[in-house]
Design a protein around this ligand. Structure first.
Ligand code: ADP
Length: 426
């Protein structure tokens, strides 16, 4: 059998992996998403692209490196030609990493002298100019990302942010070089390599910039960035006649069963979606971390509430809160502890609901989705129709058979929780 695997990707969180898998699928590649480091028995089937979803964004850098290298080894053993290290389009990371350490370790493992770092995703409002990341019209450091519960981003200069995380020298590919085309990009990369640079933040403000970068990166063994950087990569394989043009389905058949919405993201977009669902009259239950910590609010109580209030329409369980409230509870419980408490409650709730006939889940939040899907025992996902930029419906491969929409906190229009269901068939 000839090897079909062309792109092997490692993503530092689950919704980011889904976003990337959708990008590759939309550009014509047969794509499978695998949850967690593949084990020996994991089959990639006839996939042309595999995206491994880790939960390595906020863990200790050493652990993130170890998981990423183990994933790279599995992808290399399966014959992957080009590797992508995918992180968030808002460059979510702590002061200690993990983008720098993981990128450096993958470069060493794959014997790559220089790689680009480009989280730009113009369709979702993330653009990079002079190395500075903008979220819509605001600098990253002035955007709501400055108040993220786990990875507050207070500096928009990505060259500086990345340089603080790695001993590899970090440089910039400015927009005029990107606009000048693949030859200019590669000439600059060559010069930068000679000058001792190893990681290059690449400016990109429009999809066209990402496509030019993609074209320049034909044959690059490692590419690092957001899902946007993958936009132009499949075309390189198409030009070589190695992939066809698999269309992404417009609707998806979902297993029979009840629906539910679980929101553990405090991002602005999710808070708006929570409000829109409440305004539309959907039953909604709020998780209060301090009450969970004190035992006043238990998973059994929450599950009973969901079972009682669910009709054919989904109800909403959410912990989403304003930055001030998040800060207050973090001061009381600790940042990680508060996060884990909520993640575990929603994950345990998902398991109880699965055991009570729930098969359709919309989950908001990257870390939250990671916790929920791990608890549900989902191992791999098939990519279905696109609900919003970067967010597809997915269906689990094997058991349990579930329909899952895993939404990065900041993605989706205000009516996402209400309209996502319209794309599912019985
Ligand atoms: P996003 O995709 O918006 O980054 P994540 O799920 O990745 O969302 O991260 C949100 C984090 O905040 C999770 O660890 C979650 O458990 C935590 N969290 C959720 N609600 C609250 C809250 N009310 N107070 C403190 N932390 C919270």
């Amino acid at each position: 059998m000839t090897n079909s695997l062309l792109i092997g990707a490692i993503a530092d969180d689950l919704t980011g992996a889904t976003d990337l898998a959708l990008m590759l699928a939309r550009n014509g590649m047969k794509t499978v998403q695998v949850i967690g480091v593949p084990t020996e028995g994991t089959s990639f089937g006839d996939a042309e692209a595999v995206v491994i979803a880790l939960k390595s964004r906020t863990i200790a850098a050493d652990d993130a490196v170890a998981m990423s290298l183990a994933s790279a080894m599995a992808l290399q053993a399966a014959g992957a030609e080009q590797f992508i290290f995918k992180y968030c389009s808002t460059f979510d990371s702590t002061a200690a990493g993990n983008i720098g350490p993981v990128a450096e370790a993958l470069m060493d493992f794959l014997d790559v002298p220089i790689a680009i770092a480009c989280p730009a995703f113009p369709a979702a409002g993330r653009s990079i100019y002079q190395g500075h990341l903008f979220v819509g019209s605001a600098l990253l450091s002035d955007s709501p990302m400055r108040d993220h519960p786990l990875t507050p981003m207070r500096d928009a200069n990505l060259v500086r942010v990345l340089q603080a995380q790695t001993s590899a020298r970090v440089g910039l590919i400015p927009l005029d070089i990107v606009s000048a085309g693949p030859a200019s990009i590669n000439a600059l990369l060559g010069k930068a390599q000679q000058a001792g640079f190893r990681l290059m933040i690449a400016d990109a403000v429009r999809d066209a910039d990402l496509r030019v970068l993609g074209s320049a990166l034909a044959g690059a063994r490692l590419v690092t960035g957001g899902s946007g950087i993958a936009m132009g990569l499949p075309e390189n394989f198409r030009q070589q006649g190695r992939i066809g043009a698999e269309p992404v389905p417009e609707r998806m058949a979902a297993p029979k069963g009840k629906p539910v919405i679980l929101a553990g993201s405090c991002s602005t977009a999710t808070r708006g979606q929570v409000q829109a669902a409440i305004d539309a009259g959907r039953p909604a239950l709020r998780i209060v971390p301090a009450d969970v910590a004190s035992g006043v609010q238990s998973v059994a109580d929450v599950a009973n509430w969901v079972l009682k209030h669910t009709s054919t329409k989904p109800v909403l369980v959410y912990s989403s809160d304003e930055p001030d409230a998040v800060l207050a509870v973090q001061e009381k419980l600790g940042r990680e502890e508060a996060g884990l408490l909520v993640e575990q409650l929603l994950a345990n709730l998902a398991v109880i609901l699965r055991d009570n006939g729930f098969t359709r889940f919309v989950v908001a939040g990257g870390e939250t989705s990671g916790a929920v899907v791990a608890a549900l025992g989902v191992q791999a996902l098939q990519i279905g129709p696109e609900i919003a930029p970067g967010v597809p419906w997915t269906r689990s491969i094997g058991e349990p058979d579930l329909a899952l929409a895993l939404k990065s906190g900041n993605f989706g229009a205000p009516d996402f929780f209400l309209t996502a269901w319209d794309l599912l068939d019985d």
